[in-house]
Design a protein around this ligand. Structure first.
Ligand code: EPZ
Length: 419
């Protein structure tokens, strides 16, 4: 398993280009199951999760051709059984359920495992699909779904933590080929859901309201092939902005969509980070002494849970008290104990972490646990005195394209160590 060896203390300087969004490309890849015609997807990030989704689609019978940050997928003849081991290992693959149902009217998909950040239920996915006429049963760890007919319906997808991103994706993809109109209330508003809806509409679907809590899908008979460029990854962009501020450097972030990042940019400015638009670039640097800020993660357009860990690393460096409350996942503080190994002073009180920031961090061996926690450890290691070894960085490779090369390009002293 690879590790990252980081020698802290080098401020980041220069420019970095943001890759395509992991959380947009995964459901878009699943959506290619909805047509027998070829689809081409561009600005595809080179991530292990993308490779994995490609393997899953291939196991279903689709033809997947990889190009330079591009994919051509043709699901001419497919079967409705997702490979148990493949689907179980990646939560994001649950979004093949909706398109398989729409195309074949039946599907068997393994229950997605939970992961370190929480139990990851799919009750809302199933509730939405059942509202469209799907019969759901469970056998040997599989979800078994069948729908002789999919009929448009009005349905409510809100759960205890608000909307569901992949649940909205699944129901939207089932509804595009249903008879009649589906209205999804309490739909997720994330930009990745909008990107999926834009791709589906390019395939001939009729979706209105994506990005708002009420999405209307008018069923059509069939979809055709389409081409699409994936939106840039707002979470990667936020991660590099935070790393620039943490290391007291100055970074030009190219290719980001600031209109997808209002909550993050607002919080960073409140923390006295200067963020300026320079043509296509976002220039990020400190604007004086960092200020502690309180954060609560919320559904979009609120502060994203996927940036919570990275902000905690920044607040660990910031003199004062910051309170970070996680409202989306029940256990997304795995990074706290590892940040503590670097000298961070953080106490967990229920859904909140109280960060007493300002003490300098010192390097140590730490363990990555989930994708965004790993990013937080890298940010902390970039600022810590001495060497930090971040182990199990396969977590990072799931969601960040060439992060060590991109950071080295900004002057970080970081190298990948094969163990
Ligand atoms: C997506 O996961 C993202 N993953 C996650 O990013 C992201 O953190 C999450 O949305 C929230 O923004 C992908 O898009 C591949 P949810 P998803 O369904 O769709 C509860 C990353 O680091 N819930 O929006 O699985 C759930 O337990 C990853 O890139 C139910 O109760 O998340 C959670 O508390 C991590 N029942 C909340 O809703 C359900 O049926 C939000 O989950 C579904 C979800």
């Amino acid at each position: 398993m690879d590790s990252l060896l980081i020698k802290g203390g080098a401020p980041l300087h220069g420019e970095v280009t943001i890759s395509g969004a992991k959380n947009a490309v995964l459901p878009i890849m699943a959506a290619t199951l909805l047509t027998p015609e070829a689809c081409t997807i561009r600005r595809v990030p080179n991530l292990s999760d993308v490779k994995f989704m490609g393997e899953i689609l291939t196991s279903l019978g689709a033809e997947v051709k990889c190009g330079e940050n591009a994919l051509t997928i043709r699901a001419e003849k497919i079967r409705g059984v997702g490979d148990y081991d493949l689907v179980r290992k990646m939560r994001g693959s649950i979004c093949i359920l909706g398109p398989l149902l729409a195309r074949l009217r039946k599907a068997r998909v393994s229950m997605p495992g939970g992961c370190v950040i929480g139990s990851r239920p799919i009750d809302l996915h199933l509730k939405g699909l059942q509202a469209l006429g799907t019969k759901i049963s469970f056998a040997n760890g599989y979800v078994v779904a069948s729908a002789p007919k999919l009929i448009g319906a009005d349905l409510f997808l809100g759960g205890r933590a608000g909307p569901t991103v992949l649940g909205t994706a699944n129901v939207m993809m089932a509804a595009v080929l249903a008879d009649g109109v589906t209205i999804i209330e309490s739909a997720a508003c994330e930009p990745e859901v909008v990107d999926l809806a834009n791709f589906l509409n390019a395939m001939g679907a009729k979706i209105a309201g994506a990005g708002s809590p009420t999405v209307t899908v008018t069923g059509v008979k069939a979809l055709h092939g389409a081409e699409h460029e994936v939106i840039p990854d707002r979470i990667e962009a936020a991660t590099f902005a935070i790393a620039a501020a943490a290391t007291d450097g100055e970074v030009n972030i190219l290719g980001a969509r600031p209109d997808h990042m209002h909550a993050v940019l607002d919080k960073l400015r409140e923390a006295r980070v200067r963020i300026e638009r320079n043509g296509p670039a976002l220039t990020v640097r400190r604007g004086g002494r960092l200020k502690p800020v309180d954060i609560t993660t919320l559904p979009y357009a609120g502060f994203p849970t996927d940036v919570q860990a990275q902000m905690m690393a920044l607040m660990a460096l910031t003199p004062g008290i910051s309170i970070i409350t996680e409202r989306i996942f029940e256990s997304r503080f795995m990074h706290v104990s590892e940040l503590a190994r670097l000298g961070a002073d953080i106490a967990i009180e229920g859904p909140s972490a109280i960060v007493k920031g300002g003490k300098p961090l010192s390097g140590a061996p730490v363990m990555a646990s989930d994708l965004r926690a790993s990013a937080a450890l890298v940010i902390a290691g970039l600022t810590a005195r001495g060497a930090t070894m971040v182990k199990r960085i396969y977590h990072l490779d799931r969601g960040y394209e060439n992060i060590d090369a991109k950071l080295r390009g900004l002057g970080a002293r970081i190298e990948r160590v094969e163990e």
